[in-house]
Write a protein that binds this ligand. Structure first.
Ligand code: TRP
Length: 337
């Protein structure tokens, strides 16, 4: 009574993922599994970046389906709408509006230097649209609307986060304190998962060899089979060492799921050869993904629940982001209604 301590503001964490298809084991162990764990410690916001996927040509029915699936996948992976803000980017129009404002603060030169732009514009030479170019400005808007402390991103998005930080400095210098400076968040146990067939390449769902990647909805038999076929080397020892890229990758996966370190894993499989180890990795992955696959099957059948959940998420996201946007509008000189 009268002596309650004001609860400290929890740190805010925000990240987004594009609706490009079922997540791979790489997306899961590298990002989404950590997103789940972070819910306990942080105020988290996670969203499906459907506006970003318009930068490459989309079939409308496929985009709608994939957005629904991506949302269900997030929930199936344990993102809990009671704990975190979960929503779909295009449901919250503030993103597009702040995106425009930030585009007007983004310079042609700096956007031209973005490696993802250079890479995607050479891969989609027939559709080098303006959105592909200003993609980082929209991503900055996604982030800054929620004033997060941390943004967990993989290596491929680090440059975009750096760009966002440059915009914060620029806007805050011009207009006074508008935005909180977001820090990149490198998860303690974020694992980079490589292709099971070419372990020097990142695991990717666009790999033409389906044995190279695991999706989080793969059936246990499929998972076991893919691990049995995983490329290793001509030795026999399960040990983490330079040059043993295939085995290193399997050890990374096994470690991310069981929490055991490389030494413990090496001891566990001492003298047992690769076959036993591959089976063990396959089995632990299949067990880890089983509840996710089962939960996903229920969720994807329950369109009413999904819709209710994303509507609630959008309403809440609109409120939070609206506060930042009003402030920005006022500070930069847009006239009030
Ligand atoms: N560009 C990110 C990707 O392709 C997705 C994304 C969009 C994002 N907006 C974001 C990630 C904001 C973090 C924060 O992976």
């Amino acid at each position: 009574m009268g002596n309650e301590v004001k609860p400290e503001r929890k740190k805010v964490m925000l990240s987004g993922i594009q609706p490009t298809g079922v997540f791979t084991l790489g997306n899961y162990l590298g990002a989404v599994k950590n997103w789940k764990q972070m819910q306990e410690e942080y105020d988290c916001a996670y969203f499906i970046a459907d506006l970003h996927s318009l930068t490459v040509r989309q079939e409308p029915t496929v985009l709608r389906r994939r957005t629904t699936e991506a949302f269900a996948l997030l929930l199936a992976c344990g993102i809990d709408p009671q704990k975190s803000l979960v929503f779909i980017q295009s449901h919250v129009q503030n993103h597009a509006e702040l995106g425009w404002i930030l585009m007007c603060a983004s310079q042609f030169g700096e956007l031209s230097r973005m490696t993802q732009f250079k890479d995607k514009s050479s891969r989609h030479a027939d559709n080098v649209n303006a959105g592909l170019f200003t993609y980082p400005s929209l991503m900055a808007a996604d982030i800054l609307l929620y004033q997060p402390d941390f943004v967990p991103v993989g290596a491929d998005q680090k440059q975009h986060l750096e760009f966002t930080r440059d915009l914060v400095v620029r806007m805050n210098n011009l207009y006074g304190n508008i935005f909180r400076m977001p820090e990149p968040y490198i998860p303690k146990n974020g694992s980079k998962v490589m292709s099971l067939q070419e372990p020097l390449k990142k695991m990717s769902k666009s790999d033409e060899n389906p044995n190279a990647f695991i999706t989080i909805l793969d059936e246990p038999e499929v998972i076991l089979r893919k691990f049995k076929r995983a490329v290793t080397d001509s030795e026999t020892e399960v040990v983490y060492r330079e040059g043993k890229d295939g085995i290193n990758n399997l050890m990374t996966i096994y470690s991310a799921i069981t929490g055991r370190d490389y030494d413990a894993i090496a001891r566990e499989f001492e003298g047992q050869g690769y076959g036993t180890f591959k089976t063990a990795v396959g089995e632990c992955v299949a067990e880890e993904l089983r509840p996710i696959r089962e939960r996903y099957k229920e969720l994807i059948e329950d369109k009413v629940y999904l819709q209710e959940t994303w509507t609630k998420g959008a309403d809440m996201a609109e409120k939070i982001s609206g506060r930042t946007l009003s402030k920005v509008r006022r500070k930069i000189g847009l006239l009030a209604k």
